[in-house]
Design a protein around this ligand. Structure first.
Ligand SMILES: [Zn+2]
Ligand SMILES: [Zn+2]
Ligand SMILES: [Zn+2]
Length: 103
């Protein structure tokens, strides 16, 4: 992905910090930290479903739903955590649990 220019990143940061719904559908949000606004986001070592902010160390889930292929983002309120597996629910209802997961 192209790296974001600072203005765009700042705008998205301001916007989604207040309205978290929709983060999952915004590809640019994969490279913006919602805690500190940094665009230095790298894959988290040892966990291919998480990303980490290189500046503040905050980690968040961001991966494709294994069931439907949509993006899941742990910061989006529409992707709540699953108590069974610790992953996130997709808007399609799947979470990645072996059991399918019950919310
Ligand atoms: Zn950060
Ligand atoms: Zn899904
Ligand atoms: Zn689960």
């Amino acid at each position: 992905m192209e790296s974001l220019d600072r203005e765009t990143a700042k705008k998205l940061y301001e916007q989604y910090r207040k309205h978290r719904d929709g983060i999952r559908n915004k590809p640019e949000m994969a490279s913006i930290c919602l805690i500190c606004g940094s665009v230095h986001i790298i894959p988290r070592e040892g966990n291919n479903r998480m990303l980490t902010c290189r500046d503040c160390g905050f980690s968040f889930y961001r991966y494709r739903c294994p069931a439907c292929g949509k993006t899941i983002d742990g910061r989006d309120p529409k992707n709540p955590p699953c108590r069974g597996c610790g992953l996130r629910f997709c808007t399609c209802g799947a979470c990645g649990c072996a059991t399918g997961g019950v919310q």
